[in-house]
Design a protein around this ligand. Structure first.
Ligand code: XMP
Length: 516
């Protein structure tokens, strides 16, 4: 079954911006896939729908013997190729140009000046602001290539060979600071690759439903449902395709937000009836977490307990063959080890992703081609309520990682009430949707205060609100003095166990979004 028509292949050479290239292309409703340079199989290259290739930037120097090489098979395809930064340098070297090594990197804003006619730069201003991040540069362009722009310090910033449809940019068009970047990518996609059939979510939805119907036939599928966007959309989509053969298991670990468990039950029971199974596992989770202080230990215990509880319930449903997961495209890109190993582990993420090996089921991941914003749009098409779709992300380990140190029911209950007051305030004041994620943290310390004429000695809470595109980096949200005063007042006057409210104004990096 064919779901997608014209496709752009992005070959990743390790740039921190590769995912951004993919997002910018998808934003123009063109389908694309990312693969690391050392995982390009012939089936990827033989895809008849391949309309163009983009070579990403990367941290290496083409002058190093051990640096990643150009896959020459891509040249045989005779389809348009665009090299960005390292990608450009690979192409330049391949066609006989010279690459120079500089002692210092050119990093940040730069101004390019256009030269000669260029289809790629069509509509770009004569002088245009771009974002540079490179050490090496082109000293001499290959013979058949035209130089189409220079940067302020006379570095060749773009070249092309119209006849062989090969284009290269020294700067990063995918980065927001390249003001004509989207125009350049659009020229490549529409004018050079001549993409005509755009990627439409309606087509994706219909084709995906048919594909699931055909592949799953009348087999039983279980799905771990948390009420978050990804698992909700996964379950609605599967339900549309296989109806009563879908079983959704909701594990309540007792670390959810205020009233969240009841809300999830009422929404999904209505939708899935007896095929929605809620497990109240709070006792076992809290007992396993008793006296545990270390953040990583907490995460691991929760992950393991989750698997056990889920496995036990799944076994009660007879003859299940598939496990559905709400994996998204960024999860796929990030899970491919690059340059021989994954990047430094900051936190052990606990997702249902840990289940398959243990549980011996085939995996179905209906959203694995999509980005988060596309999943939200798909959810809208599946008539999922906007309230569910616009919910802030919530981590698998729940409130346990928002209570530094030991956890107990009393602390969880305090935090749930504080968090609920904060989030309700944001919703009532139309701030909620401007924020990627907002929540409260309960600190394991008490401080002295005064209320009325009385001394108090109560807990401190922190409120955290960040803006972000994908959670990988984040900025703290700047509340007005009025808002922050009202939030603080609301919390202290309604939650008697708390007498101090702090605001976390740390961005990511250096902080992470969650506290543990
Ligand atoms: P950090 O704290 O790493 O969080 O900056 C980035 C985003 O990921 C969420 N998060 C998790 N999500 N399982 C999840 O499903 C987890 O274990 C987990 N830990 C963090 C976090 O809420 C933020 O949106």
């Amino acid at each position: 079954m064919k779901i997608i028509n014209e496709t752009i292949l992005i070959i990743d050479y390790g740039s921190q911006y590769t995912q951004l290239i993919a997002r910018k292309i998808r934003e123009q409703n063109v389908y694309c896939e990312v693969y690391p340079y050392n995982k390009i199989s012939s089936s990827i290259l033989n895809n008849k729908d391949l309309s163009g290739i983009i070579l990403s930037g990367g941290p290496n120097s083409v002058k190093d013997k051990k640096s990643p090489k150009l896959n020459k098979k891509i040249l045989e395809l005779k389809i348009p190729i665009l090299g960005i930064c390292y990608g450009l340098q690979l192409l330049c070297k391949e066609f006989g140009g010279n690459i120079g090594q500089s002692s210092s990197r050119e990093y940040g804003h730069s101004l390019i000046t256009r030269k000669n006619k260029s289809k790629l730069l069509d509509g770009v201003k004569k002088k245009s602001q771009v974002w540079m991040s490179h050490g090496d540069h082109i000293e001499k362009a290959p013979k058949d290539f035209t130089i189409t722009s220079f940067s302020n310090n006379r570095v060749i910033s773009s070249i092309e060979d119209k006849r062989s449809k090969i284009y290269g940019l020294q700067f990063h068009p995918e980065v927001y600071h390249s003001l004509d970047g989207l125009k350049i990518l659009s020229n490549f996609l529409l004018k050079i690759c001549k993409i005509t059939k755009k990627f439409k979510l309606d087509d994706f939805l219909n084709n995906k439903i048919n594909e699931l119907k055909n592949n799953l036939k009348n087999k039983k599928v279980i799905c771990g449902l948390s009420g978050g966007v990804d698992s909700t959309v996964t379950s609605f989509l599967l339900h549309k395709a296989i109806k009563h053969n879908l079983y959704c298991i909701f594990v309540d670990h007792g670390l959810l937000r205020f009233n969240e468990s009841n809300e999830v039950v009422s929404i999904f029971k209505k939708k899935f009836g007896k095929n929605f199974i809620r497990i109240d596992a709070s006792k076992i989770f809290l007992s396993n977490l008793k006296n545990i202080k270390d953040p990583e230990e907490k995460r691991k215990i929760i992950g393991k307990t989750f698997i056990k509880v889920f496995e036990k319930e799944a076994k009660k449903i007879k003859k299940v063959e598939y496990l559905a997961q709400g994996t998204l495209y960024p999860d796929i890109i990030e899970s491919i080890p690059f340059f021989g190993g994954p990047t430094a582990k900051i936190k052990s993420h606990h997702n249902v992703g840990g289940l398959p090996k243990k549980i011996n089921l085939k995996i179905v991941e209906p959203l694995k081609e999509l980005f988060k914003d596309e999943v939200r749009l798909l959810g809208k098409k599946l008539n999922i309520s906007p309230d569910l779709l616009s919910r802030h992300p919530f981590p698998g380990p729940g409130l346990s990682i928002r209570i530094p140190g030991e956890i107990d029911r009393k602390k969880i209950n305090i935090l749930q009430r504080v968090d609920n007051l904060f989030i309700t305030y944001l919703k009532e004041n139309n701030i909620y949707k401007k924020i990627w994620q907002a929540f409260a943290i309960l600190l394991p310390i008490k401080s002295v205060g005064v209320m009325g004429d009385e001394r108090t000695y109560n807990y401190c809470v922190v409120i955290r609100a960040v803006t972000s595109v994908d959670g990988m980096t984040a900025d703290f949200y700047m509340f007005s003095k009025k808002n922050i005063t009202e939030i603080s007042k609301k919390i202290i006057s309604n939650v008697k166990e708390v007498n101090r409210v702090l605001y976390d104004f740390t961005s990511k990096p250096p902080g992470t979004i969650e506290w543990e």
